[in-house]
Design a protein around this ligand. Structure first.
Ligand code: PMP
Ligand code: GLU
Length: 387
């Protein structure tokens, strides 16, 4: 009855596990969930006020598909101010979350026979979107020793005449790895002279604790032309429910194509969210963003110290995002079995590494309070000791 392409699609594992944990909790079970990729903070007041104002001002109608002009200007300003990138409003398409931006991109740009290079561990959604577009994922396994980052040599070896796109995520979900400017330049050197485009997912840009964030498109003229920058507000400003993301690219043909697709699917995003997003992007929430980051950093340091104090688990301190990608190989390689039993026995929800393309690891989100982190990691260590 259904299409082959929908039958080949898997449900998002991260969403499935967070939903299961919430259901068990609602039934009264003692569950501590470290599965959600979602800040536990509420959206800053200045942003909520902008949304309320937009409702009262009557901004309740359809808008241009790509977003209202003042919002597109604000995205352009943000990319200039934060990343030294010179985009124009016509280069920006605002969509219903960065996930939707990625969906549009893959539908417009990837088809049967195209290869997409995805460094693992990767965010669960990428290979699914590649499959749904008819393309083929070429997964490149990165090593803890390389800080979970694809090396120029690995990239070179993965390239074929069919390669259409490379996906980079900095900082990474699930490893938190942050690419330095030099590392991005070196990857750019490998791509020079090819037609390969780069999708750079920079969702966690504002959550960097060590080192300096570098936008992939900013390292050279050549990379600016071949990079499609994907970003949003879900993580940096605690706006997961508002649904705001964007893609930026100087490729006019691609921009026309994704606008056309969105004009026939969702049209513009929620008009109220667009006004809220202006307040989130124009600097008025910067203090709130900084406060959340300080809190996340404290939690990261606490969680890393607790994990690394155990002799069965280890983790590389992540430079950014709010996840630990914990090595469980001293206990087992079977991350799905580990997570299933951990949830049953100890009421702890983690996401198995296999969902991110890397067996022998689990993802722990530290977007939760310190007491929960202490209690939860204590239970995980007890569990490992008796596994
Ligand atoms: N990219 C990465 C790396 C993510 O972790 C997420 C989290 N959901 C997204 C994109 C999509 O975020 P959203 O659709 O909420 O903007
Ligand atoms: N990106 C988040 C995560 O990795 C949210 C869930 C999802 O969109 O898959 O958990």
């Amino acid at each position: 009855m259904l299409t082959d392409r929908i039958n080949s699609l898997s449900e998002s594992l991260t969403i499935a596990i967070s939903t299961l944990a919430a259901e068990l909790k609602a039934k009264g079970k003692d569950i501590l969930s470290f599965s959600a990729g979602e800040p536990d903070f509420t959206t800053p007041q200045v942003i909520k006020d902008a949304a309320i104002q937009a409702i009262n001002d009557g901004h309740t109608r359809y808008t241009a598909v790509a977003g209202i002009p003042s919002l597109l200007d604000e995205v352009v300003n943000k990319l200039k101010r934060d990343n030294n990138l010179n985009y124009e409003p016509k280069n920006i398409l605002v969509s219903n979350g960065a996930k939707h931006s990625l969906f549009n991109l893959f539908q417009a740009f990837i088809q049967e026979g195209d290869e997409v290079i995805i460094p693992a561990p990767y965010w669960v959604t990428y290979p699914e979107l590649v499959t749904y577009s008819g393309g083929k994922s070429v997964v490149v396994e990165t090593k803890d020793g390389d800080g979970f980052k694809i090396t120029p040599r690995q990239l070179k070896e993965a390239l074929t005449p069919k390669t259409k796109l490379l996906i980079l995520t900095t900082p990474s979900n699930p490893s938190g790895a942050l690419y330095t400017k030099e590392e991005i330049e070196a990857l750019g050197e490998v791509l020079k002279g090819t037609d390969v485009m780069v999708a750079s997912d920079e969702m966690y840009e504002k959550l960097v604790y060590d080192g300096k964030f570098t936008a992939v498109a900013s390292v050279s003229d050549d990379m600016f032309k071949r990079t499609i920058t994907i970003n949003g507000l879900s993580k940096s400003v605690a706006m997961t429910g508002w649904r705001f993301g964007y893609m930026a690219s100087v490729n006019d043909e691609l921009n026309k194509a994704v606008r056309k697709l969105q004009s026939q699917s969702t049209s513009n995003i929620n008009s109220i969210t667009q006004y809220a997003a202006i307040a989130a992007l124009n600097g008025s929430a910067d203090k709130d963003i900084e406060d959340m980051k300080v809190e996340f950093k404290k939690r990261r340091d606490l969680a890393v110290d607790l994990i690394n104090a155990s002799d069965k688990l280890s983790v590389i301190k992540p430079d950014g995002a709010f996840y630990l990608f914990v090595n469980i190989k001293a206990v087992t390689d079977d991350s799905m079995g580990f997570c299933t039993k951990l949830l049953e026995d100890k009421g702890i929800a983690l996401v198995p590494g296999v969902g991110f393309g890397s067996e022998g690891y689990v993802r722990l989100s530290f977007a939760t309070d310190e007491a929960t982190i202490k209690e939860g990691i204590g239970r995980i260590i007890d569990f490992c000791n008796s596994y």
